[in-house]
Design a binder for this molecule. Sequence first.
Ligand SMILES: Cc1cc2nc3c(=O)[nH]c(=O)nc-3n(C[C@H](O)[C@H](O)[C@H](O)COP(=O)(O)OP(=O)(O)OC[C@H]3O[C@@H](n4cnc5c(N)ncnc54)[C@H](O)[C@@H]3O)c2cc1C
Length: 458
Amino acid sequence: MADHNFDVVILGGGSGGYAAALRSAQLGKSVALIEKDKLGGTCLHRGCIPTKALLHSAEVADVTREAGQFGVVAQFGSIDMNQVNKYRDGIVDRLFKGLTGLVTSKNINVVSGEGRLVGPRTVSVNGDNYTGTDVILATGSFSRSLPGLEIGGRVITSETALQLDFVPNKVIVLGGGVIGVEFASIWKSFGTEVTIVEGLPHLVPNEDESVSKALERAFRKRGIDFKLGVRFAGVEQHETGVIVSLEDGTRLEAELMLVAVGRGPNTAGMGYEEQGVAMDRGFVLTNERLQTNLPNVYAAGDIVPGLQLAHRGFAQGIFIAEQIAGLNPAIIDETGIPKVTYCEPEVASVGLSEAKAKEIHGAENVSTYEYNLGGNGKSQILGTAGFIKLVRKNNGPVIGVHMIGSRVGEQIGEGQLIVNWEAFPEDVASLVHAHPTMNEAIGEAHLALAGKPLHAHA
Ligand SMILES: Cc1cc2nc3c(=O)[nH]c(=O)nc-3n(C[C@H](O)[C@H](O)[C@H](O)COP(=O)(O)OP(=O)(O)OC[C@H]3O[C@@H](n4cnc5c(N)ncnc54)[C@H](O)[C@@H]3O)c2cc1C
């Protein structure tokens, strides 16, 4: 057993942990980054990157099917899952090599093994103790299930769904949130019959209601079935499939059921409670400076209540490193964090929904505008429907940008600048947007909200 001392000891090498390690090293700190699996964590190996690769294969399948309408003679044959997985793994492997090289080149000490908090600022790994002047907890999350719903066999989570080497005939997706609709979209494009079951009244229930409704219309048109506002009651497995029952008495049969009901904090059995870290239902509680109740112990990423997104983890990791280095970084505003759901059509948003804005500022102080992509040349060329919705404080800035349509995720960067820099519609309206781009639709929406619509009927 050996004792090692570092300026910063980080438990977990995912988005939050490795971002904190890189920034701490840049700031001249000695860093130990403890990881039991692979650097990059959920996002790189089981989350963002592999799912987006599958979504790209799905897009290629759709484009191939629809090629004829663009005058391209092509025939969709079938999906070769081995090749899809090879393509996906190639991307993950390249990024993993790049990340490993980057971390090593910064003289960060990567410690391989399972860590446990054994003192307020000490993590034990394989019998050795790593003590930090500061410690960052960043152990991530796992796929949750429902009480009494056992995962196994034909009842799978996203981890198994990503590893399938075949295209299932029929799938029930339990949960209409981000992960659920992304897999529904992938499978539909691959030729699977999909039914989503969501207990709340809408798909992507954390988005502006108008966007949820538009996604429901688009999914209906794509032939993705869904049951909303009805709760799951139980599932039986048999040799060739599952029978899912809902509380309204509906019974659905499928080959597999994907459980996508959210992610729980990965904090059990790591010594957090024993060391007195304040927690709530497994999440680590922090103040807005991401400090836990223990002096010099911080937490980042999915274990901290709030949006479970990789870029939030990166931002929190950087924030903590700067906080430790005494740079007094600006507090991260969660409402300013952009969200993208990469199904077809894509959904992207930043800031307040119309309902939330009215709740906070009063209905009479908020106005909205929806620019239909029907008026946008590039969207017509691509054949996508959708809209850009702006929420503004009357005589004040734009406080919410909500979008739906193919590829709108790529537009959220501007939405994010608008909301976070508190731009007025008049400010954005005077900025020239390139024609013909989908991005132009953001410019058009602001022109309209500033009272001078160009390609807009209303
Ligand atoms: C299917 C899916 C798709 C997603 N898509 C997106 C997306 O498109 N965009 C987006 O922003 N987010 C997406 N996410 C969410 C994103 O992956 C997470 O928000 C992000 O990975 C959280 O980072 P983290 O550092 O908190 O945790 P993680 O990335 O989970 O990293 C935690 C790390 O800690 C390690 N660890 C845990 N316990 C220990 C221990 N005791 N000792 C040593 N190491 C330990 C784990 O092995 C892991 O590597 C997706 C998630 C899933 C599941």
